[in-house]
Design a binder for this molecule. Structure first.
Ligand SMILES: NC(=O)c1ccc[n+]([C@@H]2O[C@H](COP(=O)([O-])OP(=O)(O)OC[C@H]3O[C@@H](n4cnc5c(N)ncnc54)[C@H](O)[C@@H]3O)[C@@H](O)[C@H]2O)c1
Ligand SMILES: O=C(O)C1=N[C@H](C(=O)O)CCC1
Length: 266
């Protein structure tokens, strides 16, 4: 039975992951929150709404990592990189769902994961990862005759933009079209900004209410348009995906994997 510890345990995702881990028959061996968080000391199961687990939320990263097989971390990039460092030191696996990594932070994650098996994915749902796969084929088939725009919608508590999912969608399309995402991504259009170039990939962000997560990639041609969308109705497909990744990654060869590896979509 996989021993899973959850970092960000009182968060929107952390609470659902604790529920998903129990539903999957895993042991919740530990729960972490930031030092000084009001929930430190509280029972993680009670906070998650699934009944007492006898696991108190802790702020002792080293002790919690020591007691698990794998850490599931949905926090922030800086926290995740610290967690990855400690997991590497203690030879434990880690599943990271945090988003908002800079290219430099992502490169550091690759380096830190050289000696342990780790999964880093901006979206743990099956549906989005199938979208990643079909987007590559659609972009390659349509080529440069279709302008690509990506729109993402999330709740008003989300701290990063655009979503990690939208960035990954942009990267997949850019790669399929032989472009450098970091050069062609266009996050802002205002004033007399000139005609749209063929190469740019527009990235638009909407924030409001309790939207769980919606993404649409538009391939806009002359006289026709293709739209590929994913709408998340609950966070449970993310949490179930993270637990599936945690069960998959333990015992794998060292390195940084993504959800396509976990789902066998490569
Ligand atoms: N990969 C996916 O499928 C997926 C799905 C949903 C959200 N996310 C990402 O996961 C992250 C978290 O999202 P959320 O909605 O749960 O946010 P949230 O703010 O509700 O939860 C984050 C939690 O991390 C805690 N935290 C902060 N610093 C910490 C530390 N040093 N140690 C332990 N805990 C710490 C916070 O106190 C908070 O409870 C975001 O980056 C989001 O984009 C990814
Ligand atoms: O709620 C969030 O925050 C989400 N973040 C991920 C992203 O940034 O892509 C996945 C969707 C939900």
């Amino acid at each position: 039975m996989t021993k899973i510890a959850v970092c960000g345990a009182a968060g929107r995702m952390g609470q659902r992951i604790i529920v998903a881990a129990r539903e999957a028959g895993c042991t919740v061996s530990g729960a972490l929150e930031r030092p000084g968080h009001e929930m430190v000391g509280q029972d993680a199961g009670l906070i998650a709404g699934c009944g007492a687990l006898g696991v108190a939320i802790s702020d002792d990263l080293n002790a919690v990592v020591e007691g698990c097989d794998v850490l599931i971390d949905f926090t922030t990039p800086k926290v995740s990189l610290k967690n990855l460092e400690v997991c590497a030191l203690k030879k434990k696996s880690i599943v990271i769902g945090s988003t908002g990594f800079t290219p430099e932070e992502r490169a550091l994650a690759v380096e830190l994961a050289r000696d342990i098996p780790a999964v880093l994915a901006p979206n743990m749902s099956v549906g989005v990862n199938v979208c990643f796969k079909i987007l590559k084929d659609v972009a390659k088939t349509l080529g440069d005759d279709f302008d690509v725009e990506i729109v993402e919608l999330h709740h008003n508590k989300k701290k990063d933009a655009p979503s990690g999912t939208a960035v990954r969608m942009g990267e997949v399309v850019a790669e399929a079209l032989g472009r450098d995402y970091n050069k062609v991504a266009t996050y802002h259009r205002e004033g007399i900004c000139g005609e749209r170039t063929k190469e740019e990939i527009g990235m638009q962000t909407v924030r409001g209410g309790d939207i769980v997560g919606e993404h649409t990639v538009y391939f806009i041609g002359m006289g026709e348009r293709i739209e590929i969308s994913h709408r998340a109705m609950t966070r449970d497909m993310f949490s179930r995906g993270s637990v599936r990744a945690a069960q998959w990654v333990v015992g794998k060869q060292p390195g940084l994997y993504d959800m396509q590896d976990v789902l066998g979509l490569k």
